[in-house]
Design a protein around this ligand. Sequence first.
Ligand code: GAL
Length: 800
Amino acid sequence: MTRRHFVETCALGAMTLAGARVLRGAAGVAPGPGPAHYRLRLDDGWRFGGRFDPAAVAPSFNDSRFEPIALPHCVARLSWQRWDPGTWDGVWIYRRRFRLPPNFAGRRVFLRFDAVMTVATPYLNGRALPAHEGGYLPFRREITDALVDGDNVLAVAVDARWSNVPPEGAADGRRTIDFYEPGGMVRSVWLEAVPPAYVREVFAKPVEVLTPGRRIDVSCEIDAHTVPESAAELAVELRDGDRILARAAQKVHVGKAGETAAALTLPLPAGIVLWDVEHPHRYDLVTRLSVDGLPVHDHVTRIGLRDAQFRRDGFYLNGRRLQLFGLNRHELFPYAGFAMPPRAMRRDAEILRRELNCNAVRCSHYPQSDAFLDACDELGLLVWEEMPAWHYIGDAAWQDRAVRDVEAMIRRDRNRPSVVIWGVRVNESKNNPELYRRTTAAGRALDDSRPMSGAMNGPMHSRRDWDEDVFAYNDYHHPGPAGSPELRAPIPDVPYLITEAVGQIVGPGPAVNHMYRRSADAAVQMRQALYHADVHDQAAANPRYAGVLAWCAFEYGSPMNSHDGVKNPGVCDTFREPKLGASFYRAQVDPARRPVIEPNFYWDFGPRTPRGPGTGVAIFSNCSRVEVFVGGQRHAVLHPDRRRYPHLLAPPAFVDLELDGAAHPELRLDGYLGDRLALSRSFSADPRHDRLELQADDAEIAGDGSDGTRVVCKVIDRFGAVRAFAGGLVRFELSGPGELVGDNLFALGEAGGVGAVWVRSLAGQAGTITLRAVHDSLGAAAVPIAVRAAAAARDGEPAR
Ligand code: GAL
């Protein structure tokens, strides 16, 4: 190919790739200026055929009996509890037809799978593409040469059996890891189009952003189908919306087909806005590949500029010490496992950042969805991300896969400003210096700007055979009969972070965390909030602790030490509704932003708590004073207990509330900031005025068949507070263009009086969904959800 021909074909997108029939009829269509990089979401229009049938990979197979579904999808229909791995163990088949969008013509075409649980073998037009093993990371397959004119048939065999792929592999199967992994096509699938030579990957590493030497070191990988004869040029631009803030360019020599690495430095002007937890400002870095002066490809990376360091005296963001205050998150949801739409993933980040006031989250114990991590970048929620693994270390093949996962995770997420540390050790594993030398080295080779770490536990509280950058410890130490947690002293001379704490500590007696569930013992649930307060207070007392990421945010499906298959150490339940354990987190916010009063008890005089909350119970509030009124009478004036919790932003206040509730007294809590009444909350002990409430997270969703929103269903008192231990059966009725994702009938009592279902749209339909819930004694409630028409995507959209 001549130089002139290469340039023309790249620029016009009309390059004839060997055997690429797709190009026919498209030659001469110039893409015009722009990214020359398109993608099309392939989440709608799938057919799910149940158990794998080898005949079903043939393009001519008649799949009309397959169930029409949209992604994300779980192979099993699950309840919110009592998951049975038998319902997803097996090999499954999905099919989808697609036609290439007109603006894909002349380009190289890839399929990208964001995640398939657990082993995926795609077949295009009957031809098997290489399988991918592992459920949490993306993979791409080039399909340029396998495409046909007209309908292409994509079939995907999904093997959801227990296999020798991290975190799985142990001989005893599912019961050996603490979280279930229901199989399916659990994240999005994309069709991507790029020019013959394109920028495949960019790592934009902010360097010394606090000094005049501030810059971005950009490393790129160019992937060329054929060798251009002329030198190409790479240019990078830092953009803030439409404004270009910095630009650099240099010649690159693409001397071979396949991959070429190139590096550039982009000096940054003074006055750039740093990414911070309070102001998570993001920029676009546009990397343009040109050949002979003609732009052929724009690669857009969303980035944030910040300086993040773990030091011996804690974590520093942009030169300022920041105490890490957070929780662990599993990505498992009721009814769907991992297969929840991006909106639900995003909502978890909002709950953590805006409702629980966390500045950090640990993605335990695997790389989590793009939607969740995008939200962390946008909301200023710092992330510990870790390789998929739990306790078990497998054979040589398993270990190779673990190292590969570390690389894939870092490649996927190293441009994210929120990610500040990589977990490259199997959570709570026995030591394996050789494996950890490999994972650490693999991590450092791809990203030398973030520390490598990994959570240790139990007796592994020493630096023997330890070679990471931050010592991370899951600290469940709780000496003494009272059972309160007591953090171990930090390991000297290294940055030190608590990656888990509290979890299933229940005080005296056996550690049985099912006691924490909403429908269980009120006293245990009350202790949970105080334990979380204890560990954060202890850590904040000593700058050697970079912070605490406690166990955990949300309850999750688990075969281990769980109740009916749900593990209960979440401060929120599996439906993402706060339990008492969350009352501590909810109050840790500047009252100027939001005054909060969260009693750490239920105002209830029913059979479980006939004498009410008890003595010495806590009220979490960020007000300077809380006045307590019982039955309209002033009962107490409370101040935060700074003596017991000197290091918390908002220490709890304590009050005696053991009383005869026969008269159903009301409780009123008035919170003052100085002399100003900032917030007043009331609680009714009289269940006669209780009612059922339905609340949707979103007023509107997209009619694409994938989108959906949560609808919380609970029994509330006449002031809107949750009625503890409410029971009864709820029946849901859905009308309009949507479907119910949830149990129908829902036994409220099993969930402690609070539950949720999700409502999903139907592909190609718009209108209004009405969800109605009918309770067997408390009447009905209804909520409307608008469904807006989702434009039928025929053309690929420019990729960002
Ligand atoms: C920890 C473990 C977590 C979770 C927790 C139980 O030891 O790291 O993944 O299993 O125990 O609540």
